[in-house]
Write a protein that binds this ligand. Structure first.
Ligand SMILES: [Zn+2]
Length: 297
């Protein structure tokens, strides 16, 4: 089973051209014990917390000194990079972070909450180790986390957990957006909307098989999350894209998704629903909202 992530340029670069049946050097193999028990909960490991970021009012990119320490996301006046502010789990101190450091802080926060269990941690470490060998340098947190989330998507796809799969695409979206990769973030938002319109279900708890009354996808459960349609609108504006540009991106991605994971809703029908929501303020006769039924995992 292939995931839509495989079509993203960054990941093609990281993993090489996709052919799921071939052995890929960066992919952790399915028989790896770290992966086979990928998502079983385990107590958090506090030794993972590190003294990451700057406690002092110093830009984490260029060492510019601020008169007053920023309290939230801010552009550095000297190097123009986006500085993030978070409380790090090690000592609960507020720190200034680069867009790559924030990935690690968010991961450590998930370790603390138990969401990123020890098996996820060993899978993550294995990906970092392999990436180091493949790239011949220390990989960035972004590179490792992108690869890890791709692995996560593949895991959920193999279990027919399409709701969790969609959530992982949402994590990819946040990751790419923090990195200012708006084009890629838009693509994730569009694909999330397509999956939402197919009414995805999680079947992993049922042995990954459809049961009477529960299908992999059930368009009766379709909905569009206002968060993503709003984000699509904002990204289109920031990227200055025409409706035709957006449609091309959507159709291309959704067609590949339909071919690979056999989603029931036609690509054109989905585009009509998404575009009428995204461009609803442009419609002079004001079409009704396509709110659909709310779907809960
Ligand atoms: Zn700076």
């Amino acid at each position: 089973m292939r995931s839509i992530i495989n079509f993203m340029g960054l990941l093609e670069w990281l993993f090489g051209k996709k052919n799921q049946t071939e052995k890929q050097p960066l992919q952790t193999q399915n028989n790896d014990p770290a992966l086979s028990s990928f998502h079983r909960p385990d107590p958090p490991a506090s030794k993972e917390f590190t003294a990451i970021g700057n406690i002092d009012p110093i830009c984490p990119y260029c060492n510019h000194i601020f008169e007053k320490k920023p309290g939230r996301k801010k552009e550095c006046p000297q190097c123009k990079n986006a500085i993030f502010v978070r409380t790090r789990p090690l000592d609960n101190k507020s720190v200034l972070l680069t867009n790559d450091q924030i990935i690690e802080v968010e991961r450590q926060k998930k370790i603390r909450s138990g969401e990123f269990d020890s098996r996820k941690q060993s899978a993550y470490s294995a990906i970092r180790r392999d990436a180091r060998v493949k790239l011949g340098r220390e990989p960035t947190n972004y590179e490792v986390m992108s690869a890890f989330l791709t692995e996560d998507c593949r895991y959920f796809a193999s279990r027919n957990d399409w709701g969790f799969y969609t959530n992982t695409l949402g994590e990819q979206e946040i990751l790419t957006e923090n990195f200012g990769n708006k084009d890629e973030a838009l693509f994730y938002c569009l694909m999330i909307c397509y999956l939402d319109l197919n009414g995805q279900n999680n079947l992993g708890g049922l042995g990954g098989r459809p049961s009477p009354g529960i299908k992999r996808f059930d368009p009766k459960l379709a909905f569009l999350a206002p968060y993503f349609t709003k984000r699509i609108r904002e990204l289109i504006e920031e990227l200055n894209l025409s409706q035709k540009d957006v449609k091309t991106r959507f159709i291309e991605g959704a067609k590949k998704m339909k071919e690979t994971i056999h989603t029931p809703v036609s690509v054109n029908t989905a585009w009509e629903k998404i575009s009428s929501e995204v461009y609803k303020d442009d419609n002079l006769d004001g079409e009704d909202d396509q709110s659909g039924e709310y779907w809960q995992q």
